[in-house]
Ligand binder design. Structure first.
Ligand code: PHE
Length: 331
């Protein structure tokens, strides 16, 4: 009697159609309601059998309906899972990987070199006292670095270190020779233009041994080797210079990496680029830390200068602006 409806349920292929069928069968005005309404016209003695048969058919339809509903719902879920799933491994076309900042990249290359040459790494405080930053380094009172113009001072003779050289003093004070260290870190000077920022980074080097065991040729060898490691096949030149804490002192140049020594704007048409300060540790410095019968060499370099040369960055200030357009080039 209800085979038409059984067929409808069987053939329903989506949930909203099935819902319409449910209303047609089980709804208040549905086919079952209509059949049950006939009960009152049925003779008393047949009524029970009629009701029983109707209930059985109702149960059959209900079971069929529930099964169909479950099947369609399962299909629906499967379909949604397929359509809405996200492949987390899928390349989205714009994901980016991070990169070392050019200063950190350059610094780690510098550190790699010196660690491979058996140098240890030492650090010192940014807030220094006058003794470690100036006095012990043989920087006399009249030295321009002591001027308010160049140094950030705090009260009571404290200041922001203007170079990494105070770490030389601290290291010699807390240990004994042989000493073989580099000290990378931030330094601070009151300066701001195309080639100067109030904070920048230096790497200091210090080697101290028993008198006579370290000479200028050791210094010359290590710096030449280091500069070729950093810049490739360049010429290295040592010029006589002056630093209060070294004697003799030298400034070290490499042949210009932009014009191969021909002369260009970057090297001011000299063919050379200055990259390092160095020298044999001045005896007054040893005196300040109570060392006797020792000799040693020291050197200092600016990390930003190296990074700018290696990566051909024209404006120092751009390294501290955090502009992604610059940083993305170092991936
Ligand atoms: N401290 C010097 C500077 O800041 C660099 C330097 C270090 C020179 C060690 C010689 C020896 O300019």
């Amino acid at each position: 009697m209800f085979s038409k409806y059984e067929k409808l349920i069987n053939e329903a292929d989506d949930l909203s159609l099935l819902e319409q069928i449910r209303v047609e069968i089980f709804g208040k005005k549905g086919i079952l309601a209509k059949e049950f309404a006939k009960m009152k016209d049925i003779p008393e003695n047949e009524r029970k059998a009629f009701a029983k048969s109707l209930n059985i058919q109702k149960a059959t339809l209900a079971k069929l309906f529930e099964e169909k509903k479950a099947t369609l719902e399962a299909q629906e879920t499967k379909k949604r899972m397929r359509e809405e799933s996200i492949d987390v491994t899928l390349f989205n076309g714009r994901s980016t990987s991070g990169a070392l900042h050019p200063i950190n990249d350059t610094l780690s290359r510098i550190i790699d070199y010196f660690v491979s040459m058996n140098f240890a790494i030492e650090e010192g405080p940014f807030v220094e006292d006058d003794f470690h930053n100036f006095e012990a380094l043989n920087l006399p009172d009249y030295h321009p670095a002591r001027d308010m113009q160049d140094t950030f001072f705090f009260a009571d003779n404290y200041l922001l270190r203007t170079h990494t050289s105070p770490v030389q003093i601290r290291t010699m004070q807390r240990s004994r020779p042989p000493i073989r260290i580099i000290s990378p870190g931030s330094v601070f000077r009151r300066d701001f233009d195309l080639t100067h920022t109030p904070m920048f980074h230096q790497v200091e080097g210090l080697v101290v041994e028993e008198e006579g065991r370290v000479s200028f040729s050791n210094l010359k060898f290590i710096l030449e080797d280091f500069l070729k490691y950093m810049f490739g096949d360049v010429e290295v030149r040592f010029r006589p210079s002056f630093f209060p804490f070294t004697e003799p002192s030298t400034e070290v140049d490499i042949s210009c990496i932009f014009c191969q020594g021909e002369g260009c704007r970057v090297c001011s048409h000299t063919g050379w680029l200055e990259v390092l300060g160095a020298g044999m540790v001045d005896s007054n410095v040893f005196k300040a830390v109570g060392y006797e019968n020792v000799s040693g060499y020291a050197f200092g370099l600016g990390v930003e200068r190296f990074a700018m040369l290696i990566h051909k960055i024209p404006d120092l200030r751009s390294m501290f602006e955090g502009d992604l357009r610059l940083l993305e080039q170092f991936r």
